[in-house]
Design a protein around this ligand. Structure first.
Ligand SMILES: Nc1ncnc2c1ncn2[C@@H]1O[C@H](COP(=O)(O)OP(=O)(O)O)[C@@H](O)[C@H]1O
Ligand SMILES: [Mg+2]
Length: 339
């Protein structure tokens, strides 16, 4: 499925796309190995504190269109994104300065940026820390048997660390949807949205080191069938959060990872994160209601209950529906209330 961003990329940049990965012109530096020193940074738990909406004791049910039991998505057991190593809180910096003699000297070392699109084995050095690119993430085999990757920008798992390196195409620098991801990640760190947190970035913000997120992409989940009740509840929580924060993001299927144990959806791509009216996130979610197996008016009814019918957030939902499709969904909700 071609996302709007991918389409934009095709239109704007495909003709000027650089030649396939030339051998990265990198200076070879000693490879750091992760050691079990005391954790210097928190484990991979995106900040979930201080929610604007009070957490629910039990998940709020979002009605499915068919009352019959919805089969749990079997693919949810399947891990398509590699799991984080046993110690996800391991420090990135292991205190080994390679051939440098001090931390100051190591940090002063210039960044090494792999040539786009990068390749496995390339070395990136950012703010004095070294990251060796492992496998490229998001590989998918299409129906025609050809291989492809989710997303547009290459993202690599970092060797021996629960991190990823995302290489944003230099041509995207001025395109907010892509080039603005670093700023979005800095902003998101203050908000209770589960996401792949920023660990380091190059000066131009086009190389991002982020936390590796384990789980199953929503794309895989929906390939296996409609959402389970737990997944519908997580979708509702996510919608309620974006609406109450007055924000949106690129909530496409390949940008969200379902974590079964935590029962939550984690955003792994923060490009497109911005201030927005409620229908920006809601429109994205409800346009996929058939795929998700959710009922539009039922979802809105649960959202109203979750936000509070008299809350400013719900009022904004009611008053900002501009498109006829969104107005029809609200009309359906009101009709059902009268019945
Ligand atoms: N933090 C992460 N943890 C695990 N996989 C990731 C992570 N970030 C990206 N990926 C994988 O790489 C793909 C492309 O990354 P993404 O940031 O969405 O790129 P784009 O901006 O081009 O859409 C994702 O769809 C996912 O498969
Ligand atoms: Mg993406």
């Amino acid at each position: 499925m071609m996302t709007a961003r991918r389409f934009l990329w095709t239109l704007l940049l495909a003709p000027a796309a650089p030649a396939p990965a030339a051998a990265a012109k990198v200076e070879l530096v000693p490879v750091e190995t992760a050691r079990s020193a005391p954790a210097a940074r928190p484990a991979l738990q995106p900040t979930l504190g201080a929610p604007l909406i009070a957490p629910l004791a039990a998940p709020l049910a979002v009605p499915a269109p068919v009352p019959a039991a919805i089969p749990a998505a079997p693919a949810a057991q399947q891990t398509v994104i590699p799991s984080a190593p046993a110690d996800p809180g391991a420090p990135i910096f292991d205190g080994d300065f390679g051939d440098k003699t001090s931390l100051a000297e190591a940090v002063a070392a210039p960044d090494i940026i792999p040539e786009w699109p990068g390749r496995t084995g390339d070395v990136a050095r950012i703010a004095g820390r070294t990251y060796v690119l492992g496998e490229r993430l998001g590989a998918v085999v299409q129906a025609n048997g050809h291989g492809d990757y989710e997303g547009t920008n290459p993202v690599y798992r970092v060797k021996d660390q629960p991190l990823v390196v995302k290489l944003i195409h230099p041509g995207f620098k001025e395109i907010g949807l892509f080039g603005g991801e670093r700023d979005a990640l800095v902003e998101m760190a203050r908000l209770p949205i589960a996401h792949s947190g920023l660990v380091a970035s190059s000066a131009d913000g086009l190389v991002l080191v982020k936390e590796l997120v384990s789980g199953v992409s929503l794309r895989r989940v929906t390939e296996a069938g409609p959402l389970s009740p737990e997944q519908r509840a997580a979708l509702l929580e996510m919608a309620a959060l974006y609406v109450s924060l007055g924000r949106t993001a690129d909530l496409s299927l390949t940008n969200l990872v379902w974590q079964e144990k935590e029962r939550r959806l984690v955003l792994i791509d923060s490009g497109g994160f911005d201030f927005a009216q409620p229908w920006a996130p809601l429109g994205q979610i409800l346009s996929r209601r058939n795929l998700f197996g959710i009922d539009g008016a039922g979802f809105l009814s649960a959202l109203r209950k979750r936000l509070g019918p008299d809350s400013p957030a719900w009022r904004a939902v009611e008053t900002s529906a501009r498109s006829p499709a969104y107005q029809a969904l609200l009309a359906d909700l009101h009709d059902r209330g009268r019945r």
